[in-house]
Design a protein. Structure first.
Length: 264
């Protein structure tokens, strides 16, 4: 992972890296991994964009989560980094949890956001699903990450993934994760409820789903696109939850098509 720059926040510090020149592009990773998952994209985008890749709190080189946290808290962390770097009107790209946080940044800090790319993510969940999401961690005990790795990998990657190297990278990353941070972040996800506020987010948005996503079905992502006033919805055939990473060439084309539109 590239050298970390740090932004101090009340709960510790947020790690990130910044590279390239052009319009600002902010990259937000899924739960359980870190900003290094964007490295191949950073290589591609640094020629055309000012790319900021952030470790969400509880991940990578950022501070651990030590008390219950919300997606709104995460959004405030991202806003702190953008203000620290004096960036406004950024395009935010978020996969899974990163996409949930990107929505909150656009809702809470509209001046910082110029466009959204929301990938493999949701804007809300039916109440009956929330306990199942919450159960992916347990803040009340010191569990072991080894308990959750196999189930997590099965949700995130197809068995015939074109990038088995990323499955191994993911196993190693999850094994090294902090149990409380993982659990607290699942609690935050379980409370996701953005759909009622998204009609007030005017910026251009691209919502991308994979039709082989075992975590978030395309119909769930489409609710985001339906709620946003200026959105495009794209379904990528054969893409699993981590399709943005294990089918990067395909997703790069989809993302670049949106990014190259005037005023992005």
């Amino acid at each position: 992972m590239s050298h970390s720059t740090f932004c101090e926040i009340p709960a510790g510090r947020i790690a990130y890296s910044r590279r390239g020149t052009g319009r600002p592009l902010v990259l937000l990773h899924p739960i359980g991994v870190d900003r290094s998952w964007w490295d191949e994209y950073v290589e591609h985008w640094a020629a055309s964009h000012d790319v900021v890749a952030i470790d969400i709190r509880g991940h990578g080189d950022s501070s651990l989560v030590t008390a219950p946290i919300t997606l709104a808290d995460h959004a405030a962390d991202i806003a702190a980094v953008l203000r620290h770097e004096r960036l406004t009107g950024a395009t935010l790209i978020g996969v899974s949890m990163g996409g949930m946080i990107a929505q909150r940044v656009a809702i809470q800090f509209p001046e910082l956001v110029g466009a959204l790319i929301l990938c493999a993510t949701a804007g809300g969940f039916p109440d009956e699903v929330r306990p199942r999401i919450l159960a992916r961690g347990d803040m009340s005990r010191q569990g072991s990450m080894s308990e959750v790795i196999d189930d997590t990998i099965a949700r995130w990657f197809a068995t015939d993934t074109p990038r088995p190297d990323l499955v191994q990278k993911c196993r190693e990353r999850l094994a090294a994760d902090d149990w409380y941070s993982w659990s607290a972040n699942w609690q935050a996800i379980s409370l996701l409820d953005n759909l009622g506020e998204l009609p007030g987010v005017p910026v251009p948005a691209l919502v991308v789903a994979g039709d082989a996503d075992a975590s978030i079905a395309p119909a769930v992502s489409q609710k985001i696109a339906d709620a946003l006033p200026d959105s495009r919805f794209v379904v990528v055939p054969g893409a699993a939850h981590f399709g943005a990473f294990d089918m990067r060439e395909v997703f790069t084309t989809v993302f670049d098509d949106f990014l190259s539109t005037p005023a992005r």
